[in-house]
Ligand binder design. Structure first.
Ligand SMILES: Nc1ncnc2c1ncn2[C@@H]1O[C@H](COP(=O)(O)OP(=O)(O)OP(=O)(O)O)[C@@H](O)[C@H]1O
Length: 262
């Protein structure tokens, strides 16, 4: 995915200013930055959900040149506080992810049914399939929406705050599922407030005041420094059991955090 001189105005506010970046296929990129930096706006622009200046290109093709069906098959989207029809069952909600493959008023194919079942099982919501969304907890509902995204089987997956409401075991499961998706060739872009989770990505895109201030692999020290800087050094990134993680930078803990960062 390539963004070329991408600008997004929300009313009189320039939310994204001249974003110029290329995201490589088959990698997971996490967008991080402070509140109001423009993360959700950038992700929506990548999904073609906002009017923009400049271009979003997918596989060298402008997103705007794709048909609605082609775009819906290529890019799967999970937004924050998604409006969904609460009276639908979990199963029918996940089946909505298969709409780009179905013709008007046709019954779902065997492939659609199989894709929905596999996605619901992966997200541990198959046993909830007959319940309406009103009969689910916040975390269960979020897992149904995650299953809807997986059911699309799209090569590009964009997720805004996918971990909202998920308990720690399901967060870990999400991480494993996404790693498997990326290993199978999916290009994943997420907005995550949990910096420790964001650091599990291949690459980070660091945003501040609507501008990309850094783009690089999580494994590079410059990337980790950029994240600490964008959060005004109120966090420290250090390694625990081989994984990069973020901790609050408290006065007494500063020496230990820095030592672990060497
Ligand atoms: N409709 C709007 N009109 C004007 N400004 C808006 C509008 N919607 C959002 N904004 C502003 O655009 C900026 C970017 O918003 P965005 O939701 O993309 O930020 P974010 O980085 O995702 O924030 P958060 O971490 O709080 O979710 C913010 O300063 C926000 O106040």
């Amino acid at each position: 995915m390539r963004l070329e001189q991408l600008c997004v105005d929300l009313g009189a506010h320039r939310a994204i200013a001249h974003a110029d970046v290329a995201l490589r296929r088959g990698r997971w990129t996490s967008i991080v930055g402070p509140n109001g930096a423009g993360k959700s706006t950038l992700l929506k622009a990548m999904a073609g959900l906002l009017p923009v200046q400049g271009q979003v290109l997918l596989l060298d093709q402008p997103l705007t040149a794709m048909s609605a069906r082609q775009r819906a098959r290529t890019v799967a989207w999970l937004g924050q506080q998604e409006p969904v029809l609460d009276t639908l069952t979990a199963y029918d909600t996940v089946m909505l992810g298969r709409l780009p493959y179905q013709s008007w008023l046709a019954m779902p194919s065997a492939t659609d049914v199989q894709a929905v079942r596999a996605a619901m099982q992966a997200c541990h919501v198959w046993q909830l399939r007959a319940r309406t969304l009103t009969q689910l907890s916040g975390g269960e509902r979020q897992r149904v929406l995650l299953a809807r995204v997986l059911a699309v089987q799209a090569p590009v997956v964009l997720m805004d705050e996918p971990l909202a409401g998920l308990d720690p075991p399901h967060q870990t499961q999400w991480l494993l599922d996404m790693r498997a998706q990326v290993a199978a060739g999916t290009t994943l872009v997420t907005v995550l407030h949990e910096i420790s989770m964001a650091l599990q990505a291949d690459d980070l895109l660091v945003l501040r005041h609507g501008r990309i201030v850094h783009h690089g692999p999580c494994g590079h020290v410059a990337t980790r420094r950029a994240v600490e800087a964008v959060f005004e050094h109120r966090i420290a990134i250090c390694q625990v059991q081989g994984q990069w993680t973020s901790i609050a930078r408290l006065p007494g803990a500063e020496v230990h955090a820095d030592a672990a960062n060497q």
